[in-house]
Design a protein around this ligand. Structure first.
Ligand code: ADP
Length: 401
């Protein structure tokens, strides 16, 4: 889990509570200090590059002096980061890998959003407090000079940027007890079952009871973050990632299940142990079919494809609070293109979107389960796909980037 928040938000208060609950906390600030302690290779390199003026009389790093040197000098700053960042990274990985298999590892990192790292974690948690309250707490409780506090706040990402990066927002405008209670609940209801699910290879399943919800305006951002995670895990093998399915269509009531698609040269990549580990670090699990038969896309209706089926892969999260279905499709399968045409067609043609919405409502009214609803949709799909294909060729549709 990645943990961040603006200065004075209560991030340290949250990580201390998580440590009490049993999390392994990796403190990025502490590592950043450790790698430049006296007698470290990094401090020697810094002194060689910036001169003895950045040391205190007793040989420690003089942070204000170094700060003054690199402030407003991007080249100097880049040189400094080239010395420190690889060491910070290596130590972070070392601590992460030293954690036991069943540990919930929390990376407490103030610059998570500034460094754009939200997709490195299975879950990104942001402690959320309006700037003015943070300012008051820094001045009143931590005794910081007000101008200094304002400067530090201004140098960081703003609250909106942080909110956009968050899978979970922990508001901290109430009491410390309120905050502890929220952390305890997060631990109990989300982190612990998430970790257990990942370790035992048990993905979160969509509920069998078919429930439609109003469109959630945060669905696209959630999908984008999950796509980032897929690309982080799959690297070059992810030819493209997309948000597909009902939650990708504005103004459509849908099951609260995010459908994503990733196109890969070969779905066999999902059998790779290293790939599975990278996915798992980001909260994602390859789902093997219990009968060992693999997953398949079927052609919907005539005229959509030369018939037959195409093997696919299936990835899901173990996050109990966010059901995700990732359809992993091979580049040479027509199925991925079809999924994009269907999405873009429903986005472009409101009458068709509304017809699809009625079909969903009918299934709810008839009391169908999610599985029964999936089957009930098939005849409609068989007719809808040719219409979507026709729309695609008429409008000169292309899959875009
Ligand atoms: P950060 O690590 O994000 O900079 P801290 O956890 O150090 O923030 O919190 C900043 C200050 O505010 C600390 O003095 C902390 O004890 C205090 N604090 C944290 N949460 C609350 C709260 N809910 N009410 C009052 N004070 C709080």
């Amino acid at each position: 889990m990645g943990l961040s928040g603006g200065i004075g938000s209560g991030k340290s208060t949250v990580s201390a509570r998580l440590a009490e609950l049993g999390a392994v906390v990796i403190d990025a600030d502490r590592i950043a200090r450790e790698v430049v302690e006296p007698d470290t290779p990094a401090l020697a390199e810094i002194t060689a590059r910036f001169g003895p003026g950045v040391l205190t009389p007793d040989g420690a790093l003089d942070r204000p002096a170094l700060g003054a040197v690199v402030f407003g000098d991007p080249a100097a700053r880049a040189d400094l980061e080239a010395i420190t960042h690889p060491r910070i990274f290596a130590r972070t990985v070392e601590l992460r890998d030293a954690a036991l298999d069943d540990a919930v590892v929390v990376h407490d990192i103030p610059l998570l959003v500034e460094l754009d790292r939200a997709a490195d974690y299975a879950l990104t948690v942001i402690v959320d407090v309006p700037e003015e309250i943070r300012l008051r707490r820094l001045v009143d409780l931590r005794g910081m000079d007000e101008d200094e506090a304002r400067r530090r706040i201004a140098a960081q990402a703003d609250d909106d940027q942080r909110r956009r990066a968050a899978d979970v927002l922990l508001p901290n405008t109430g009491s410390v007890e309120d905050l502890h209670e929220a952390v305890d609940r997060l631990w109990r209801e989300r982190l612990v079952p998430f970790e257990t699910g990942l370790r035992s290879g048990r993905p979160s399943r969509r509920p069998e009871v078919l429930t439609l919800v109003e469109p959630d305006p945060s669905w696209p951002a959630q999908a984008a973050r999950l796509c980032d995670r897929l690309r982080g895990a799959l690297g070059e093998a992810a030819v493209r990632t997309d948000h597909i399915g009902s939650t990708s269509i504005p103004a459509l009531r849908a099951k609260d299940v995010l459908d994503l698609q990733v196109v890969v040269p070969d779905v066999g990549i999902l059998d790779d142990t290293a790939v599975r580990r990278e996915l798992s670090r980001r909260g994602l699990l390859v789902v093997d079919r219990a009968d060992g038969q693999g997953w398949w896309d079927h052609a919907h209706g005539e005229g959509t494809a030369p018939g037959g089926t195409w093997e696919k892969g299936f990835v899901a999260t173990a996050d109990p609070a966010r059901i995700v279905h990732v359809h992993v499709r091979q580049q040479d399968s027509p199925a991925w293109r079809l999924a994009l045409i269907f999405r873009d067609w429903l986005r472009a043609v409101p009458q068709e979107r509304d017809a699809y919405a009625r079909l969903k409502d009918d299934s709810v009214r008839a009391g169908l389960s999610s599985t029964e609803h999936a089957s009930a949709k098939e005849p409609w799909f068989a007719q809808a796909f040719p219409r979507a294909e026709e729309w695609a060729s008429r409008t000169g549709w292309t899959p875009g980037s």
